[in-house]
Design a protein around this ligand. Structure first.
Ligand code: HEM
Length: 548
C-alpha cells in the first residue's frame, strides 16, 4: 500500500516539481531550497540575537551619528580623511556622551568604555567571560599567529601561558641588558656618519630594526646579520600584508599575486623556524648534561621537557606560533614607544639632560660599562619618560573583547548581554590625567600624579600593557630594553627634529605622507590613524649631533 504520507521527501519534491523537470533542474531546486532554509535560519538567529542584545543595551546611551542598518560604520571609515583613527572617533563619542557608549557596526553591537573600574571588570574580575575577539580585530593575524598566546583563549591559552610565562622571567631580563647594550652600540656606530651632516635619519625605522634584533637574539640567539637577513625578507612583509588586511579584509580571500607571495613567505618562515627548533631539540637530547639556557627558546624547551610533553609536529607548529607571537608583540610596540620618547626628548632639553645623567651613572660617562640589573632599575626618570610616552601616545589605543555569557554585574552599573563586543579604550583612560596632552614624565616619578590615584583604581589608570591574567608578558623586558637603548642613544647624540620631509630611508609607518615634525606643536597630530601600534605618520626624521 502506498499513500501520499509514505512518500520520501525527494519523491514529494519530484511530484511537486512536475514530471517535466530534468535531473539537473531538480538538483538545483533541492539545492535552492536547502540554501533558502539555511539563509532563513541564519537570519532568524541573527535577528533574535540582535533584538536580545539591543534590549540588553537599551539603557546605555548610544553613540551619535548612527543610521538604520549601517549603524556607525560611516564615521568609522571616513575618519581617516580627517586624519583620525577609529579610536579617536570612539573617544569623541565618550566625550560627548559619557564613559560608556553603545555602538552598532553593520549589526555588530558593542560598547566602548574608558573608566578604570570598567577596565578592572574586563581585565581582572570578569576576565574569563570577556574573551578575546578573534573574529574581527585579530582575524588578519591568525594565519601568522595561529593559536599563539595573544590569539588563543580558554584552556589552551592557560596551558601555554603557564609554559611560556617562566621563560620571560628574571634571568632572561638580565640577558636583555647585555643584548640591548650591544644593539644600541651597533646603532650608534651606524648613526655616527650622520652626526653633524644635516642628513635626516628616520629613527623609527632604526628602532624597528633594533628591537627586532634584540628580540631575535633574546628568543632565538640569532645574530644581528641573521636577523637583518631573515626578518626583512620573510617576517616583515607578512606582517605588512596582515596590517593591510585589517582595513581591507577582502585581501584575505582574493588570490592576487600578493596573496600567493604571503603564503610562500609564510611557508619559508615556518620552515626556517621549525628547522631551527629541530636542530636545537636534537642537540639538547644528545647532550649529556642539561645545558645552561642560552635564550628564551631554551627556557621554553626546558619547560616542555619538564611537562613531559611529546615532541611532535603539533608541538612544533605551536612553538612556531609562539615564537612569531613574541617577534610581533615584542618589536613594533617597543619601537613605537622609543620613537615617541625620542620625539618628546628632542623638544625638551631639561628632560634629556636627566636621561643622559642616568646613563652616565648606570653605564659610566663614556657609556662603556656593562650596567647591572639594579643600576638599570634605578633609572627612574628614563622609565618615567617611557611611561609618559606610552600614556600620551597610547601605542595600543584600544583592545577588544567579546562577552561570552551574560554579565549581571556588567560595566558601570549596566548589566550586559552575551555576544556583544567591548572596546576597552586605553587611550581614553590615559586622557583622564591632568592636562593629558602635555608630556610630563614627573607624573610617573615617586609621589607624582600616578601615585596620587586611589589604590582601588591606580593600576587601571595606566594600561599600555593592560592588566590582569592576560596582561603583556613582555612588559618588563620591553621597559628594560628601552631604558638601555633610549638613555645610551641620548648619551651619545643630541637629537633635533628635522624640518618636515619624507623619511630619509625606509617607508615609515604606512603609506601616508610625512607631516612636518618640527613644526607640529603637539605630537598627537602626528599619530598614524590606521596602524596599531601607533607611530608617527611617515616615520620620524631627526638630525643628530655627537655629544662630547
Ligand atoms: C612597549 C611595548 C609593548 C606594549 C605597549 C605591549 C602591549 C600589549 C598589550 C596591550 C597586550 C594585550 C593585548 C590584548 O589583550 O588584546 C599585550 C599582550 C602580550 N604581549 Fe605585549 N606589549 C609590548 C611589548 C611586548 C614584548 C617585548 C613582548 C615579548 C617579548 C610581548 C609579548 C606579549 C604577549 C605574549 C602577550 C599576550 C599575553 C596573553 O594574552 O597571555 N609584548 N601586549
Amino acid at each position: 500500500m502506498s499513500d501520499h504520507s509514505d512518500k520520501q521527501p525527494l519523491a514529494e519534491l519530484l511530484a511537486l516539481a512536475g514530471s517535466g523537470a530534468s535531473p539537473v533542474q531538480l538538483a538545483l531546486i533541492v539545492l535552492g531550497a536547502a540554501l533558502a532554509t539555511f539563509v532563513f535560519a541564519k537570519l532568524a538567529v541573527f535577528t533574535a540575537n540582535s533584538i536580545r542584545m539591543a534590549r540588553g543595551l537599551a539603557k546605555i546611551p548610544s553613540a551619535p551619528g548612527g543610521i538604520p542598518l549601517l549603524g556607525h560604520v560611516i564615521p568609522m571609515i571616513t575618519c581617516v580623511r580627517r586624519n583620525k583613527g577609529a579610536w579617536d572617533i570612539m573617544e569623541e563619542w565618550m566625550d560627548a556622551t559619557g564613559p560608556i557608549v553603545k555602538y552598532n557596526i553593520l549589526g555588530t553591537q558593542g560598547v566602548v568604555v574608558r573608566d578604570p573600574t570598567a577596565m578592572k571588570r574586563v581585565f581582572q574580575t570578569g576576565y574569563k567571560m570577556y574573551e578575546k575577539d578573534l573574529e574581527l580585530s585579530y582575524r588578519p593575524f591568525l594565519p601568522i599567529l595561529g593559536t599563539g598566546l595573544v590569539t588563543s583563549d580558554g584552556a589552551l591559552w592557560q596551558k601555554q601561558r603557564m609554559l611560556m610565562g617562566p621563560a620571560l622571567r628574571v634571568e632572561v631580563l638580565d640577558d636583555i641588558i647585555r643584548i640591548a647594550k650591544k644593539a644600541v652600540d651597533r646603532l650608534c656606530e651606524k648613526l655616527q656618519p650622520h652626526a653633524g651632516s644635516g642628513q635626516p635619519v628616520n629613527i623609527e625605522e632604526e628602532f624597528r630594526l633594533l628591537t627586532l634584533q634584540v628580540i631575535g637574539e633574546a628568543v632565538l640567539s640569532l645574530g644581528p646579520e641573521e636577523c637583518d637577513r631573515v626578518f626583512p625578507q620573510l617576517y616583515l612583509p607578512v606582517m605588512n600584508e596582515a596590517n593591510h588586511r585589517v582595513l581591507r579584509p577582502y585581501r584575505m580571500y582574493l588570490p592576487t599575486p600578493e596573496w600567493f607571495r604571503f603564503r610562500s613567505r609564510m611557508a619559508k618562515l615556518n620552515s626556517f623556524l621549525i628547522d631551527l627548533f629541530r636542530r636545537r631539540w636534537q642537540a639538547r637530547q644528545s647532550a649529556g648534561s642539561k645545558p645552561k639556557p642560552a635564550d628564551i627558546l631554551d627556557r621554553i624547551m626546558e619547560a616542555i621537557e619538564e611537562s613531559g610533553a611529546k615532541w611532535d609536529s603539533a608541538l612544533e607548529q605551536q612553538l612556531c606560533y609562539e615564537v612569531k607571537t613574541f617577534l610581533l608583540a615584542g618589536h613594533e610596540t617597543s619601537a613605537a614607544m622609543l620613537t615617541w620618547s625620542t620625539f618628546e626628548l628632542a623638544r625638551n632639553t631639561e628632560a634629556t639632560s636627566k636621561v643622559v645623567a642616568e646613563a652616565d651613572v648606570a653605564f659610566g660617562p663614556g657609556g662603556e660599562r656593562e650596567a647591572s640589573r639594579r643600576a638599570v632599575d634605578e633609572m627612574l626618570y628614563t622609565l618615567a619618560v617611557l611611561k609618559e610616552a606610552l600614556r600620551k601616545y597610547s601605542v595600543v589605543p584600544v583592545v577588544t573583547r567579546k562577552l561570552a555569557e551574560d554579565d549581571p554585574v556588567g560595566l558601570l552599573g549596566h548589566p550586559l548581554p552575551r555576544g556583544i563586543m567591548i572596546a576597552c579604550h586605553l587611550q581614553g583612560t590615559h586622557r583622564l590625567y591632568e592636562s593629558p596632552e602635555e608630556f610630563r614624565p614627573d607624573r610617573f616619578m615617586p609621589d607624582g600624579e600616578y601615585d596620587q590615584f586611589d589604590d582601588a583604581i591606580r593600576a587601571y589608570m595606566f594600561l599600555p600593557f593592560i592588566q590582569g591574567p592576560r596582561n603583556c608578558l613582555g612588559q618588563h623586558l620591553a621597559l628594560l630594553e628601552a631604558r638601555v637603548v633610549l638613555s645610551l642613544l641620548q648619551r651619545r647624540f643630541a637629537f633635533t627634529l628635522a624640518p618636515g620631509s619624507a623619511p630619509a630611508h625606509g617607508h615609515g609607518h604606512g603609506s601616508l605622507p610625512a607631516v612636518s615634525a618640527a613644526t607640529v606643536a603637539n605630537g598627537l597630530d602626528l599619530r598614524h590613524p590606521t596602524v596599531i601600534p601607533v607611530g608617527p605618520i611617515g616615520g620620524l626624521n631627526v638630525l643628530l649631533e655627537s655629544r662630547s
